[in-house]
Design a binder for this molecule. Structure first.
Ligand code: NAD
Length: 284
């Protein structure tokens, strides 16, 4: 039987999965000294990328993560910047280019919540969350795109000229009472991501999001740190376990590598099925 396309040899596949798919690439992960960002940075570094650990608080934690990566055969540096401040973002990228020469992978991870009943939400709570969760992603993505376009392709290390991964949330599609600012920010990230993906695809720049469900990190400790809280949370998760940061780290390596070369403009939900309307599982 003939086929119109060639399958890779099994030998090539075996070799592919034992080599580091991000070798020779430089990555920047924002908010990388805690939770999901830390996991993503550690996974990208283990997959071969020279990695910037961005942080805004707790420099000692960022330095410790970078040290551990450097001591285990990887390459990492910690750089401070508040992603919502244009001058700090630009200074961070300059420092990265001094250290690593360029950027190949940006993971826009930094984000936070300032929760409030809608009628009590202050303009400061609104602006703070939108400023970091959306404007921060815009500012970092713009610097990365400027560098991708300036540098051009490097086909010897990746089919794409650059890759951007936006950390979104299931709340880009699930409304969230008491968190109108956060849900609005993630809805904004969804169309920021898709608009960038559409505009930049002809330049071979891929832009995607990860939509985590409930992942055990400091952002949501009270939702899983007692057996009662965790059991309640699991009722929202068909796969019946709360996620861990490594679930997101693995997805990030996939979206950063050429394994996902034909994927752009999409959100990969890593949520154990949280977006499947579990309340309707028994008929609704
Ligand atoms: P986290 O609180 O552990 O980490 C957030 C990180 O962002 C921290 O390192 C923090 O210092 C950093 N950060 C905050 N403001 C910053 C700023 N102005 N500049 C630079 N860094 C800043 O929380 P996490 O759960 O790891 O969250 C990471 C991302 O994942 C966020 O975008 C969050 O919205 C998203 N997310 C998390 C979950 C979850 O269940 N944990 C679910 C969906 C989406």
């Amino acid at each position: 039987m003939t086929t119109t396309f060639a399958q890779p040899s099994q030998q090539d596949l075996v070799a592919h999965y034992t080599h580091q798919p991000l070798t020779g690439q430089a990555a920047l992960v924002t908010g990388a000294n805690s939770g999901i960002g830390e996991s993503v940075a550690r996974h990208l570094a283990a997959a071969g990328a020279a990695t910037v650990i961005n942080y805004v608080t707790n420099p000692d934690v960022a330095e410790k993560i970078a040290d551990e990566i450097n001591q285990t055969g990887g390459r990492a540096i910690a750089i401070a910047a508040d992603v919502s401040k244009e001058d700090q973002v630009q200074a961070m990228f300059s420092k990265m280019f001094e250290a690593f020469g360029t950027i190949d992978i940006l993971v826009n991870n930094a984000g936070l919540q300032k929760d409030s009943a809608f009628q009590n939400m202050t303009i400061d709570q609104w602006n703070f969350v939108l400023g970091i969760n959306v404007t921060g992603q815009f500012l970092c993505a713009r610097e990365a795109v400027r560098e991708f376009l300036r540098r051009g392709p490097k086909p010897e290390i990746s089919s794409a000229t650059g890759k951007i991964i936006c950390m979104s949330s299931v709340h880009e599609v699930i409304p969230w009472g008491g968190h109108a600012n956060y849900a609005s920010s993630k809805g904004g990230v969804m169309l920021l991501m898709k608009s960038m993906a559409q505009e930049l695809a002809p330049h071979k720049i891929r832009v995607n999001s990860i939509g985590p469900g409930a992942i055990k990190t400091p952002i949501n400790t009270s939702a899983w740190d007692t057996p009662e809280a965790e059991a309640k949370l699991r009722t929202l998760i068909p796969y019946d376990r709360v996620g861990e940061p490594k679930d997101i780290g693995r997805a990030a390596v996939f979206l950063a590598s050429d394994d996902s070369d034909y994927i752009t403009g999409t959100t990969l939900f890593v949520d154990g099925g949280m977006t499947l309307y579990p309340g309707f599982a028994t008929g609704g």
